[in-house]
Design a protein around this ligand. Structure first.
Ligand SMILES: *Cc1c(COP(=O)(O)O)cnc(C)c1O
Length: 395
């Protein structure tokens, strides 16, 4: 941890896993271009393909189904725009997309952009107040023009688990009577550590992930694309990643990500249980000791690393600052939107209540989070919340 900071923002980013750091150091001597035909180049290529095989194994996929990218933002863009461009190239007019209102901006903004450019049409399905998007609602939105459904596996602000497998099953039935199947993409970035099993279990056509959410460096990620699914590339300039992503591969980060993913998957069952217990203690203690607090998001259908709490009569931003001063790092929503302070499109889509959105804070946990960290946070929280409510005259 950085100094004495209690870091409770694991959904925003994670520290390097020791396994990833070790690989970065060990492989740093390898610098040749993996596309070069000489011996050092072939060695780099071998290591890169070993990393691909490792990522594939961790996801239950085949190596040829794994494409390395610069993170989940790129993977989501590649899946969404790539599928729409492929449909347009195949002669489809204004393909239709179905997605949810509380996706990460990495999904929402490409969809918005495609609409703005007149290239696609979209239906945005809202979650319920528990932060779950009903599978039936997604499938009901499918029209004959629909090319792609994109539904996140775990919401990054409230941690709720979406019925992606159920959507896959229902789409499978629809697809039986269609000439061109509706593709299913999932942004599984927050699902990788504790929720994802395998891509085959989920039944998706494409899946996006980001390395730095599970102990790899920032700026590296992957797209799983099932064999036979056709998308157009976003980057042109070489035949890297089998023609789908031009540019010399981010070799070191890719090797580190494969290692981090393998370690994550190996620890998944124990860590899931440990964090479930840790969070249950955090939440029951918090709800018992601080009046007028509520949990945002479904109690059971939630990844164990996220706890989003509503503090009535409080500005979450003020609480965030008070916690920061006390050495506790949390965020109110997605880090990417922190410039639009206080306004969470996720909480707004669930509650349509500005006060609830402004009064909510996300606590997120990871493999270095201990009971001590949680106890410190609880102690500071009970002091700070009362003080802030007093100042606001709301006790
Ligand atoms: C972090 C995150 C992303 C974006 O990942 P980058 O590494 O910033 O590209 C996308 N979706 C979700 C759900 C995330 O949590």
């Amino acid at each position: 941890m950085t100094g004495n900071t209690v870091y409770l923002d694991w959904a925003a980013s994670t520290p390097l896993r020791p396994e990833a750091l070790k690989v970065l150091q060990a492989e740093a001597r390898i610098f040749a271009n993996p596309s070069s035909p000489h011996t050092p180049g072939r060695e780099a290529r071998e290591r890169l393909e070993a990393a691909r095989a490792k990522v594939a194994r961790a996801l239950g996929a085949e190596p040829i189904e794994i494409f390395f990218t610069g993170g989940a933002t790129e993977s989501c863009n590649m899946a969404i725009k790539g599928a729409i461009f492929a449909a347009i190239a195949a002669g489809r007019k204004k393909p239709h997309i179905v997605t949810s209102a509380f996706e990460h901006h990495a999904v929402l903004e490409p969809v918005e952009w495609l609409q703005k450019m007149g290239l696609a049409r979209a239906t945005i399905v809202e979650p319920d107040t528990e932060g779950i998007v009903a599978a039936e609602r997604i499938v009901e939105a499918v029209t004959p023009d629909t090319v792609l459904v994109s539904l996140m596996l775990v919401n990054n602000e409230v941690g709720t688990i979406q019925p992606v497998g159920e959507v896959a099953r229902l789409l499978g039935e629809i697809n039986r009577s269609r000439e061109t199947p509706v593709l299913l993409h999932t942004d599984a970035t927050q699902g990788v550590p504790y929720v994802l099993t395998t891509v085959r279990d989920l039944g998706v056509d494409m899946l996006s992930l980001s390395g730095h959410k599970f102990g790899a460096p920032k700026g590296v990620g992957a797209l799983y694309k099932r064999k036979g699914v056709r998308i157009q590339p976003l980057l042109h300039g070489g035949s890297h990643e089998r023609g789908l992503r031009a540019g010399t591969e981010n070799f070191l980060s890719i090797c580190a990500m494969a290692e981090a993913l393998e370690a994550t998957v190996a620890e998944r069952p124990q860590e899931k249980t440990r964090l479930e217990k840790l969070r249950a203690g955090f939440e029951s203690e918090l709800l018992a000791s601080i009046p007028r607090t509520e949990i945002n998001g479904h109690r059971q259908l939630r990844s164990p690393h996220v706890s989003n709490i509503y503090f009535a009569d409080l500005e979450a931003e003020a609480l965030l600052v008070a916690l920061d001063v006390a050495g506790i790092a949390v965020t109110s929503g997605s880090a990417c939107t922190s410039e639009k302070l206080g306004s969470s499109h996720v909480l707004m889509s669930m509650f349509h209540d500005q006060k609830r959105s402004d009064g909510s804070l996300r606590f997120s946990f990871g493999w270095e989070t201990t009971q001590d960290h949680v106890d410190t946070a609880l102690e500071v929280l009970s002091r700070s919340v009362e003080k802030l409510r007093l100042i606001a005259g709301r006790v």
